[in-house]
Design a binder for this molecule. Sequence first.
Ligand SMILES: Cc1ncc(Cc2c([C@H](C)O)sc(CCOP(=O)(O)OP(=O)(O)O)c2C)c(N)n1
Ligand SMILES: [Mg+2]
Length: 543
Amino acid sequence: MNLSTALLHALKDHGARAVFGLPGDFVLPFFKQLEDSAILPLYTLSHEPGVGFAADASARFSHGLGVAAVTYGAGALNMVNAVAASYAEKVPMVVISGAPGANERRNGFLLHHQTRSLDSQMAMFREITCDQVVLDDPARAPEQIARVLGNCLAQSRPVYIELPRDMVAAPCAPVPKLPAPSWDPEALQACVTELLARLATAERPMLLAGIEIRRFGIEEKVAKLARLLHLPVTTSIMGRGLLANAEAPLLGTYLGVAGDPQITHAVEGSDALLMLGVIVSDTNFGVSEKTIDMRKAILALDGQVEMGHHIYPNIPLEALVDGLLERGHSIACTPPPCRRAEYPYGLVADSAPLAPMDIARAVNDLMKQRGSFPIVSDIGDCFFTALDIEHTDLLAPGYYATMGYGVPAGLGLQADSGQRPIILVGDGAFQMTGWELGNCQRYGWDPIVIVFNNCSWEMLRTFQPESSFNNLSDWHFADMAKPMGGEGYRVSTRAELLAALDHAVEMRGRFQLIEAMIPRGVLSDTLNRFVAGVRRLQAGSGA
Ligand SMILES: Cc1ncc(Cc2c([C@H](C)O)sc(CCOP(=O)(O)OP(=O)(O)O)c2C)c(N)n1
Ligand SMILES: [Mg+2]
């Protein structure tokens, strides 16, 4: 066994199912080991941001490890934004960067791809990863790799592995798998006692589910806990799609002023809001009608539990949920009167021009007829439209909110899981990474892509309507599908959209690109409510 194969076996043992990458001379020897060993499948894409987004999506969807392998300098630094997004949204991604060998570091030349110093890249990745290592000593590599991969999973954050090219074939022992971090059972019991007491004395307890319950693979346990405690459940915006396949008393997604008023009032009026794995961010809470009283809330996030003025450190989320399941039967909370959110159905096949809500209706109708598809959304009005799609798996950078995510993430999902996604993406975001669709033909991927083409950076126009730089030209994306190995449809009416979707679903083996022409200024209902709510809150606060 050598250092590369020891690393690849360890990645597989820790839950990786594929490597996404783009090679360069500093990492070519490692790519050769990857290809020759076939321990993990390798998928290459055309630009490193796409490599990072694909690795991120594979980790999110299968709640395993995502792996991105790139060259030093130009490659790795090209991927910084994608890794930063994974860090912000708690995605366990492993970045493997090739690097100069020991002799090159000593020869006195400035090396190609080098920026300020040969250690600058490590310094930059230290800011967006939870652990880092340079594998320059095969004797220490097994315990270093075990530590870094263990931290990646335990903290559900990206890690950085720098692999000098003269080390890839060095003999190396296998990598051990470290035990999961331990915790103090007494502290856990004290935390569970106080938490259950708060729920038992509350009149309006509520459970808000966040993304950590997907990252740590405990959706079923959380659904069981909600049933056991008779707690109504909502998800945060980032947690949209959680519990989609679990049996839970799910009311819908909490969207503050932009969402269902019943859900908003139930969450904001709760006197014991149990937030499991919820990132307290502006996108999750920035549009709250009423500020949530965090002294009455219970927040379990990042391996600790806060309630009132108490903090219980080192309480892993799964340990907390297990503890509550063990003792939770004593609570019989009576859920507030709340109905499940409704979703739009029944698109009429007429010649009316298209609006984003028509796309939500069409996809909901499709899923009613043919079963659910995983939805991958970029950032733009397509993301707000995704919130009106029936509760299904949804991958989107709802908090970090980077554009360019949709298409490569959809490819990463299909590569990792084999499932065919529906990808929602605006024209602006498609201009960034939509071209990765050209890689589908090599791997047989066949996502259904719906481009919301309003020839505009429309979200920005809602905040600053007077700026003409938000006007984009019409790129005719559908015409480019065939030369790239796919099928393109340009649709402007509801009837055309339905016909294109019906045809696209039948076509397998090639990507299907539906270019939905949407008049400028026509927004989804949710984005309209979001913008109106933000304006109302700003007017109220005098911002
Ligand atoms: C990588 C990147 N660059 C810039 C932005 C800022 C930004 C938005 C957010 C506010 O940060 S929304 C938006 C316009 C999106 O245009 P398009 O994809 O066509 O979607 P739509 O027309 O539905 O808006 C931009 C440029 C971003 N989120 N991510
Ligand atoms: Mg647009």
